[in-house]
Design a binder for this molecule. Structure first.
Ligand SMILES: Nc1ncnc2c1ncn2[C@@H]1O[C@H](COP(=O)(O)OP(=O)(O)OP(=O)(O)O)[C@@H](O)[C@H]1O
Ligand SMILES: [Mg+2]
Length: 380
């Protein structure tokens, strides 16, 4: 089911302080009904706290929480049409799979749970294991029981807090696809918390990137990836080259940037710096896979109009599908370049090269930011 235009969850001015520490700054957020929404960010940025306020497990310090049209700010968790799947899914060890899944329905007084439980077990492909106990299941199977146990209640909103954290990489990938599939089948609003950017991009329709208790940017995965607005988002979501530059000249549609002796063109529509007038410091961003590389001797063959920077290869690591290069530019910066492994042969460390790319792929950020924000090398 596609996400509708109706709101599934609305947060208005929601914040949370613990003593004198603000875990979540006033937050306005509308999550469309039926969408798969991800809260993405590093440890401690306020993801779980936000989720717990939606669930009713944490009382907001300010603001209101709405589920659909209903203001639930003052309602306790069990009065909200919400289910949460936590990282530790805590199944009842003495109950088998069927009874674990049927538990919530029975507690609500539903007498005949058989049909509903069987249906949801089919959905997570566990029908054949209905009589097993949790300790007789693999991690991924237990995870699916936890999910089934939440989905069977048909909540308006399903909250998932790092539910795949305990799984190994292969199982995680598999569960990501299954979760997405289940969400599409049942059409429930999913709010998924994760610190894994790949996981968020694979599954979510919309991602809110959080940093220090604030949402830095919100959008569809491809939009965030192609057009990040802050250094944190550019570095946290995939890998970016951020090049310190100065605005040399500006027309309506384009900016010309000075980097050492080189000039780069940047589309004005992709510039997210407040006052990018001549003299202003900006960070010119370019993703590693957008960059092509030729030997210095072939520089004349680079087509007109491309952005170009000279450099020296300092590292080349072959990963099978691609080779990842580190190239140092004479302007005091190292750049990452991913070259698809289409033809054999490449550049060895020491090679003098020219990097070039379509100016349209360049994005511009405010130069006053920490260039390493979100890389893991910044102070967390
Ligand atoms: N009950 C509490 N009292 C005081 N501080 C708290 C409390 N709960 C959370 N915090 C703080 O609020 C901040 C946000 O915590 P939160 O659990 O929301 O982070 P998170 O984004 O879920 O991180 P992680 O990825 O590590 O789970 C953290 O700095 C945390 O130490
Ligand atoms: Mg958390």
């Amino acid at each position: 089911m596609a996400a509708s235009t109706k709101a599934g969850v609305t947060l208005t001015g929601v914040s949370k302080t613990f003593g004198d520490f603000t875990a979540v700054h006033p937050l306005d957020l509308t999550i469309p009904q039926g969408s798969f929404f991800a809260l993405l960010g590093a440890s401690g940025c306020g993801k779980t706290t936000t989720l717990r306020m939606i669930a009713g497990l944490e009382r907001p310090t300010t603001g209101r929480v709405l589920l659909g049209e209903q203001d639930v700010t003052a309602l306790p968790p069990h009065k909200r049409h919400v289910n949460t799947v936590f990282q530790s899914y805590a199944l009842f060890p003495h109950l088998d799979v069927f009874d674990n899944v049927g538990f919530g329905l029975r507690r609500r007084g539903v007498r005949s749970v058989k049909k509903q439980v069987e249906e949801v077990l089919e959905l997570v492909e566990l029908g054949h294991l209905a009589r097993r106990k949790p300790n007789q299941l693999s991690g991924g199977q237990q995870q699916r029981v936890a999910l089934a146990r939440a989905v069977v209640n048909r909540p308006e909103v399903l909250l998932l807090d790092e539910p795949l954290g305990a799984l190994d990489l292969k199982l995680r990938r598999q569960m990501q696809l299954e979760l997405k599939h289940i969400q599409t089948e049942v059409g429930i609003t999913f709010v998924h918390v994760t610190h894994d950017q790949e996981e968020a991009m694979t599954m979510a329709d919309t991602i809110a990137v959080m940093n220090g208790g604030r949402v830095e940017q919100l959008g569809a995965p491809a939009e965030l990836y192609e057009n990040p607005k802050t250094a944190f988002v550019a570095n946290f979501l995939g890998q970016s080259n951020l090049i310190a530059a100065e605005v040399a000249w500006r027309s309506g549609e384009e900016l010309l940037l000075q980097v050492g002796d080189a000039k780069l063109t940047l589309p004005a529509s992709r510039t997210h710096a407040a006052a990018a007038n001549p003299g202003a410091k900006v960070l010119a961003g370019i993703r590693p896979e957008k960059i092509a590389m030729v030997g210095r001797a072939d520089a004349a063959r680079v087509p007109q109009g491309r952005n170009m920077l000279p450099g020296t290869v300092v590292d080349a690591s072959f990963t099978g599908v691609s080779t990842q290069y580190v190239v140092s530019s004479p302007y005091g910066q190292e750049l990452a370049v991913f070259a698809q492994n289409v033809e054999r042969g490449g550049f060895a460390p020491g090679a003098e090269v020219v990097l070039h790319w379509d100016p349209q792929h360049t994005f511009g950020l405010d130069g006053r930011q920490d260039i390493d924000a979100g890389t893991g090398e910044d102070a967390l």
